[in-house]
Design a protein around this ligand. Structure first.
Ligand code: 9MG
Length: 282
């Protein structure tokens, strides 16, 4: 059974767990930056915990397609007060969605329990910073950078290339002293991938189990859903997002990153019930 050691807390991944998204970016694509204020962020974290999230993923750099980079100072300014407030007031594991070394070390000092890096610790200093915290790290695959990643994503064999990338990053982490038991992998739906690439990754998600690490899936509200739904806007993608999430969970995902915690928890309750039913062999 996989247990992650997230600072002062632990989390079992025997059953799928929900990671709620808390963006503290002014240009966040899905909540319009409503939660930029510290108190609003705190209320949102409390609400997601009450709905069943076990992890809250706090991010201050928008990584949606086309997003421009933020300065380190801006990122720290937005992120750290929110991490500090949640750590002091909410009984939940805080994940920091960051690629910035200073954000990793400062957030860990303030009580964060997990590092979620869409650049898989490739930014200068990030590997050493993450290793110094001792926290679990989610390594995500991304082709290119957010500002241009959707311009012309290209692969010969998407699943093999994503797997090889993640394998290389796992080995780099091990060399840096991050323990294998503290790693999570994520193919990065929508990060430098066309609709066809995303659908192939979803269809063959089970092949990522060969990495022998817990897998995270993040499809909530993404444009791949809008494309399948003939252009549905962000707020009309929930049912398709839940369907895609369940397909990934059935193929091995154990952490689900979502904006919509309550319906995700309910969908996972149904998934878990049918799993238990199969096991009981009635
Ligand atoms: C920050 N962020 C946005 N989408 C994501 C995804 O799919 N996975 C992870 N790990 N982080 C994400």
């Amino acid at each position: 059974m996989t247990i992650l050691h997230c600072g002062s807390r632990t989390i079992s991944l025997q059953m799928p767990v929900v990671m709620g998204v808390l963006n503290v970016t002014p240009d966040s694509f899905s909540d319009g930056g409503r939660y930029t204020q510290r108190d609003a962020a705190l209320r949102q974290a409390e609400a997601m915990l009450a709905e069943g999230a076990q992890i809250i993923d706090v991010g201050a750099e928008s990584t949606r397609p086309g997003a421009k980079p933020v300065t380190v100072a801006e990122e720290l300014d937005r992120l750290l007060p929110v991490v500090e407030a949640i750590a002091a007031n909410v009984d939940v594991i805080i994940s920091v969605d960051t690629s910035t070394p200073q954000a990793m070390t400062e957030a860990a000092r303030l009580g964060a329990g997990l590092i979620n890096d869409v650049r898989a610790l490739r930014r200068e200093g990030a590997m050493a910073a993450a290793a110094s915290t001792g926290l679990p790290v989610c390594l995500m695959h991304m082709q290119g950078e957010p500002d241009a990643m959707q311009v012309a994503p290209s692969y010969q064999h998407i699943v093999a290339e994503v797997s090889a990338f993640l394998q290389e990053r796992i080995e780099a982490c091990l060399r840096a002293g991050i323990r294998r038991e503290q790693l999570i992998c994520d193919p990065g739906f929508g990060f430098g991938k066309s609709l066809a690439h995303n659908l192939r990754l979803l269809a063959q998600f089970d092949e990522l189990q060969a990495l022998a690490l817990p897998l995270l899936v993040g499809v909530s509200r993404k444009s791949m859903l809008g494309q399948v739904l003939n252009g549905a806007p962000v707020m009309a993608r929930q049912a398709a997002g839940l369907s895609a999430m369940l397909l990934a969970v059935d193929r091995g995902a154990r952490i689900v990153r979502t904006h919509d915690v309550a319906p995700t928890v309910e969908a996972l309750m149904l998934w878990q019930a049918q799993k238990n039913y199969q096991k009981d062999d009635v």
